[in-house]
Design a protein around this ligand. Structure first.
Ligand code: AMP
Ligand code: MG
Length: 498
């Protein structure tokens, strides 16, 4: 079977950074989800993939021609502690292809069985968490946020043992690459400097071709700068949409700047920088408001991994120079994040002209108002668009006491008026950046429970359809726009190692 025109540069160019490995055979493949729009982007023949062959392929039973499945090595700081060997414990990169836009994309399995990196794990995945990865990834994509995406989910017909027995599944993930901060860390920690250099060159060729012209000595710093710039943009988008990744370990930070690994992630409802849903994040390390700080911390780990390429360890002066250069990049991160975040906020506020000195305070005061009365983050922004064209009632209705809002609204209206432009156009522009539908946690859970426990994909499909058009205010989908009852959100927990 030849549906993919694979061209596997990672397997070819980076021997020693992975282990060739085969997906496990499974008893009864059945396709639960196939991503038609993504298949089109990838230039795949969807008719060949939708049927039984597709099910066998996406479950790992039938390897397509040209596939060279490999388990990639990587390390990572998990909740601050370094694990020198993680790696693809239940994933395999099966190949790379060039999409219709000319971009190289990884095609990988998740849940395809044990590998040499599995440690104690079973290498498997369950239907619920894999469909969750579909929903959140497609939502992020539709929201304009860089993300890995699911091409398919196949049920395996096999039970996976977690707290209870769950139906098993394999997800096919598409990524700009699976290079992580942790990939660099793995080789740096082992002192395999040649491999580290090859990885840096590979990452640059793939993600930052403009840096190929740099000298060998300049490339690691160039890569660090590029990774930092992408993370600043990514984190700004997360923060402006209310996304909580939940497990920002360095092995889950992609050099390509895509959101990766939808495990214990969640979307914020009532605005609260301290919001945390992950069952294992007791200290709130990965709480909503902490994410930009963690990104910076992770970049510092990335810099440490690159340091052996930038300095001669026996030459103090060269080490100091390299450390100073990296420190400059890391210290510049908060400002880079801030500038991207503020730019996004201005768009959300309906301000399209140049930034004014007062805009940051306007945005900060708005968020403080949301926090003070635990107002739903998504709906507040969305109804601010209504207020821009003179319909303030839906916005006011979100506040238990709207009085504190009035003074702010007066300031904001005055700021908008000074900028000029038509209220209708402003509202329309705001509705293009302030979504109406996000993956509400209770809706996601409901869809996954139906799929996993009752084998009913109906709720999953309807939710997916809504999430693919997040900015459209389609009243027939009003149920997807509403927050969960507060007590549901208060008790909501997400899980890792799913
Ligand atoms: P994650 O929390 O999904 O980012 O995974 C962290 C590490 O644990 C990675 O090295 C995974 O490959 C590994 N891992 C997670 N779940 C399993 C599993 N069920 N079996 C084997 N390895 C796993
Ligand atoms: Mg991971």
């Amino acid at each position: 079977m030849m549906p993919f025109a694979f061209d596997n540069t990672y397997a070819r160019e980076l021997p020693g950074t992975y282990v060739p490995w085969k997906p496990a055979a499974v008893p009864a493949p059945r396709l639960l989800f196939f991503n038609e729009p993504l298949a089109a982007e990838l230039g795949l023949d969807a008719t060949a993939l939708r049927g039984d062959d597709g099910a066998a392929l996406f479950a790992g039973n039938l390897l397509p021609d040209g596939a060279e499945p490999i388990a990639q090595a990587y390390a990572g700081h998990q909740f601050g502690g370094f694990s020198p060997q993680l790696g693809d414990g239940r994933a395999l990169l099966i190949g790379e292809l060039i999409d219709r836009a000319g971009v190289r994309r990884d095609i990988a399995f998740k849940g395809s069985g044990r590998t040499p990196f599995s440690r104690g794990g079973d290498g498997k995945a369950a239907v619920g968490p894999m469909l969750r990865e579909v929903l959140i990834g497609e939502a992020m994509h539709a929201l304009g946020i860089p993300t890995t995406r699911a091409l398919a989910v196949a049920a395996t017909g096999e039970a996976v043992v977690r707290e209870t027995a769950l139906p098993g599944a394999v997800l096919t993930r598409v990524a700009s690459s699976h290079l992580r901060v942790g990939t660099l860390q793995y080789f740096a920690a082992r002192g395999e400097i040649d491999q580290l250099r090859r990885l840096v060159d590979y990452a640059i060729a793939r993600h930052d071709p403009a840096l190929v012209a740099l000298s060998e000595a300049e490339r690691p710093l160039g890569l660090l700068r590029a990774v930092a710039a992408r993370q600043a943009e990514l984190l700004a988008q997360w923060m402006n949409i209310g996304f909580i990744h939940g497990v920002m370990n360095t092995d889950n930070m992609a050099l390509a700047g895509e959101t990766i690994d939808y495990g214990p992630c969640a979307f914020m409802e009532a605005y609260d920088p301290a919001a945390v849903f992950s069952s294992i994040d007791h200290g709130g390390r990965y709480a909503f408001g902490n994410q930009p700080h963690i990104a910076r911390w992770n970049l510092a780990r990335c810099a440490e991994a690159l340091l052996p390429l930038m300095a001669d360890a026996d030459d103090d002066a060269s080490v100091q120079r390299a450390v100073a250069a990296c420190t400059d990049v890391i210290d510049a991160f908060p400002e880079a994040f801030d500038s991207a975040w503020r730019r996004g906020q201005r768009a959300k506020l309906g301000l399209q002209g140049g930034a004014q000195a007062e805009d940051a305070a306007l945005a900060d005061d708005w968020l403080a108002l949301l926090q003070a009365q635990a107002v739903d983050f998504t709906l507040a922004w969305r109804h601010l668009a209504d207020a821009a064209e003179g319909r303030g009632a839906p916005l006011r209705a979100l506040w238990s006491d709207a009085a504190p809002l009035e003074a702010w609204l007066a300031r904001w209206s005055e700021r908008c008026a000074r900028e000029g432009g038509s209220p209708v156009e402003r509202a329309a522009a705001m509705r293009r950046v302030n979504p109406w539908v996000i993956p509400r946690n209770h809706r996601v859970e409901e869809a996954l429970a139906a799929a996993s426990s009752d084998d009913d994909l109906g709720p999953f499909r309807l939710l997916l359809e809504a999430l693919r058009q997040p900015f459209d205010e389609d009243r027939s989908r009003a149920g997807y726009a509403e927050p969960a009852p507060r007590e549901v959100t208060a008790g909501y927990r997400t899980f890792c190692g799913t």
